[in-house]
Design a protein around this ligand. Structure first.
Ligand SMILES: NC(=O)c1ccc[n+]([C@@H]2O[C@H](COP(=O)([O-])OP(=O)(O)OC[C@H]3O[C@@H](n4cnc5c(N)ncnc54)[C@H](O)[C@@H]3O)[C@@H](O)[C@H]2O)c1
Length: 260
């Protein structure tokens, strides 16, 4: 693939290295603050996604966007107008998703968005849902969850913990409500308790636990580094351009297609 990177920060630079390792070409980047950096791309760095209009139409197979919550919507709109399929990992702009989706569709372009591009985590969501359906008919097994993150993380529970809890609730008729806060009482039988810990530099870890008086079954996802996120975004871009696609896509569509 010939790729443009929108945002040349931590994720942008990691993507550049990993794209090249996979044999793809990074032809340009857009980042208003990247000029201060000594980018390997030199003259191919632009200040904004819209400035990619200076390149010949068809130069880029895809753009990968990791910027800031206040920048993503304008970047995606500009790329849609240029008909460059875009994969975005930027979070915090999803209130604009309906409006941006309309613009992408009107332009006949393509957008792939995901709040978490880790393939392992997206498969773990499915594993959690399936495990919940397996344990559901056996009331001796209670279910709960636990997540731990470094002490700089500002939110608790993690967004991922909420997605996992929803996956369990949707597949366990015995559990109707997720509770995250400290409980000054025993959890009710239909409550799914998901606890959080913030300490030191521990890697992001999410577990789902099924527990009976006789045994415990625990499934756990542990993040080792950011490479899993960049790898997932690259896989998404490869999938997006593997055949002509227009419209709005998420990890659900991609995994359903690959697993079909
Ligand atoms: N979906 C996922 O799996 C995933 C994974 C990692 C990070 N993220 C999200 O991706 C975003 C970026 O993360 P990061 O760690 O690379 O941040 P970062 O701060 O290291 O880099 C962001 C870059 O965007 C640039 N930027 C700002 N405004 C821009 C604009 N208008 N156009 C182009 N570039 C612009 C900044 O100059 C900076 O270089 C954040 O929202 C983060 O939460 C998502």
């Amino acid at each position: 693939m010939n790729v443009a990177l929108i945002g040349y920060g931590k994720m942008g630079r990691l993507l550049e290295r990993m794209l090249q390792e996979k044999g793809h070409r990074v032809l340009a980047a857009a980042d208003p603050f990247a000029a201060e950096e000594k980018t390997a791309l030199g003259a191919q760095v632009r200040k904004s996604a819209g400035e990619l209009a200076e390149f010949k139409p068809g130069t880029f197979d895809a753009a990968i966007e990791f910027t800031r919550p206040d920048a993503a919507a304008a970047n995606i709109t500009a790329l849609a107008e240029l008909k460059i399929p875009v994969v975005t990992g930027t979070t915090g702009w999803y209130d604009k998703l309906p409006e941006i989706s309309e613009k992408v569709n009107a332009a006949g372009s393509a957008l792939f968005w995901a709040p978490n591009f880790s393939l392992g985590m997206n498969l773990f969501y499915r594993l959690a849902a399936y495990a919940a359906s397996l344990f559901d008919p056996f009331p001796e097994y209670d279910a709960g969850g636990f997540e731990s993150h470094h002490n700089k993380k500002a939110d608790s529970p993690s967004g991922t913990a909420k997605i996992l809890a929803e996956a369990v609730l949707a597949n366990m008729t015995r559990k109707n409500k997720a509770v995250y806060e400290m409980l000054d009482r025993s959890p009710l039988a239909d409550e799914f308790h998901y606890a959080s810990l913030r300490v030191g530099s521990v890697p992001g870890t999410h577990s789902i636990i099924f527990d009976s008086p006789a045994d415990t079954v625990e499934i756990t996802h542990t993040v080792r580094n950011r490479e899993g996120l960049a790898a997932g975004a690259i896989t998404a871009a490869e999938w997006l351009v593997s055949k002509p696609r227009s419209g709005i896509f998420t990890m659900d569509e991609m995994l359903a297609d690959i697993l079909a």
